[in-house]
Design a protein around this ligand. Structure first.
Ligand code: MN
Length: 289
C-alpha cells in the first residue's frame, strides 16, 4: 500500500523526530529530505513537502500527523497593479515604495526572469533584474529620503507613512501611464480600516484594494514592485556611500549601532539626520557605545 501526504516543514520535522528513533534511517534518495524504514513501512519525505508511506503499515504511519491544510492559491486577475515597500527595517537609507502594472502579456517575460519576492533575491540579482523590469513594465517609484522621513515621523507613524506612499504610488501610476486600475494588490502591513484611516485627510484615495499578507509570493505585480523598490533603495544607499565615503550596513543590528557611532563621531548629528531613521533604537544604543 502507498499513501502520499503533503505536510508543512514543521510537521515533517515532527514526523522525523517521532519516527527516527524507532526506525532505521536509510540513505536519502535524490530530492528527499530523509527516508526511514520501519518493520512494516518505509517513509520518504521529499523537499517538495510530499511524504510517501509505503508498505503494510502505511495507513497507520500516515495517520500519525494530520495533513497540512493546503490553502488554495488565490487566482490572480490581470491586468493588475501591485505595490510593496522596502527600507522600513533598515536604519540607514530611505523608505522606498513602488507600484507596478502587469498585463497577461508580460507573464512569459516575468517567468523567464524568475521573478519572486525581493527578500529572496540577492542584491546582485536585483541589480541585474530590476533594470529589465524598469524597461518593460509600467511602474511608479517614491523615495522618501531620510531627512524628510525624520521631519514627518514625529507626526506620522511608520504605517501612516507607508499608507500615504502606497496611495501616492498608485495615483502616480495612474497619471503617468493614463491607466485605469481595476485590480490592485497591496502587501498588507496594517488592517484595511487603519490603512484608510491614515489616508482620511488625503485629497485622493485609491480604494479598490485587495490587501493580502505575503502578496509578493502570490502576485507578480507586488513581486516586481518589491524588486524595483529594492533596486532604488540600493542605488540611493550607493549614492549616500559615495557622498560620505562611508559604508552603511543594512538592517538594524549591532553592526549598525557601531557604524552609526562612527558616522556620528565623524560627521555629527546634522549629517546623521540625513542618512538614518532617527527614531530607531540604534540612535539610542550607539550613544551608549
Ligand atoms: Mn512588503
Amino acid at each position: 500500500m502507498t499513501i502520499t501526504k503533503v505536510y508543512t516543514k514543521k510537521q515533517i520535522e515532527k514526523l522525523y523526530a517521532s519516527l527516527s528513533k524507532k526506525g532505521e534511517i536509510k540513505k536519502t534518495p535524490p530530492y528527499a529530505l530523509f527516508q526511514i524504514k520501519m518493520s512494516d513501512c518505509s517513509i520518504t519525505a521529499y523537499a517538495s513537502l510530499k511524504v510517501l508511506f509505503q508498505g503494510e503499515g502505511a495507513a497507520f504511519y500516515a495517520s500519525i500527523q494530520k495533513e497540512a491544510q493546503v490553502r488554495p492559491t488565490p487566482i490572480a486577475q490581470y491586468p493588475q497593479a501591485g505595490s510593496d515597500e522596502v527600507g522600513t527595517g533598515d536604519y540607514f537609507g530611505p523608505v522606498v515604495v513602488c507600484a507596478t502594472y502587469i498585463e497577461e502579456k508580460n507573464l512569459s517575460f516575468l517567468r523567464e526572469l524568475h521573478i519572486q519576492d525581493s527578500k529572496q533575491i540577492c542584491d546582485n540579482d536585483i541589480l541585474r533584474i530590476a533594470p529589465q523590469l524598469i524597461n518593460t513594465i509600467p511602474y511608479s517609484i517614491l523615495i522618501l529620503q531620510n531627512e524628510k522621513y525624520n521631519q514627518i515621523h514625529p507626526t506620522n507613524n511608520m504605517n501612516q507613512i507607508k499608507a500615504k506612499l502606497h496611495n501616492q504610488s498608485f495615483l502616480n501610476l495612474q497619471t503617468k501611464y493614463k491607466l485605469q486600475l481595476d485590480t490592485i494588490y497591496v502587501d498588507q502591513f496594517t488592517s484595511p480600516s487603519s490603512y484608510f484611516k491614515y489616508l482620511q485627510n488625503e485629497k485622493k484615495v485609491i480604494r479598490n484594494i485587495h490587501f493580502e499578507t505575503k502578496a509578493e509570493d502570490k502576485y507578480s505585480s507586488v513581486a516586481c514592485a518589491s524588486i524595483i523598490a529594492r533596486y532604488h533603495f540600493l542605488q540611493t544607499l550607493d549614492k549616500m556611500e559615495q557622498h560620505f565615503g562611508f559604508t552603511f550596513p543594512k538592517g538594524a543590528g549591532k553592526n549598525v549601532d557601531i557604524a552609526a557611532k562612527i558616522f556620528f563621531d565623524t560627521f555629527g548629528e546634522t549629517a546623521l539626520k540625513k542618512v538614518c531613521k532617527l527614531h530607531f533604537a540604534n540612535t539610542h544604543k550607539m550613544k551608549l557605545l
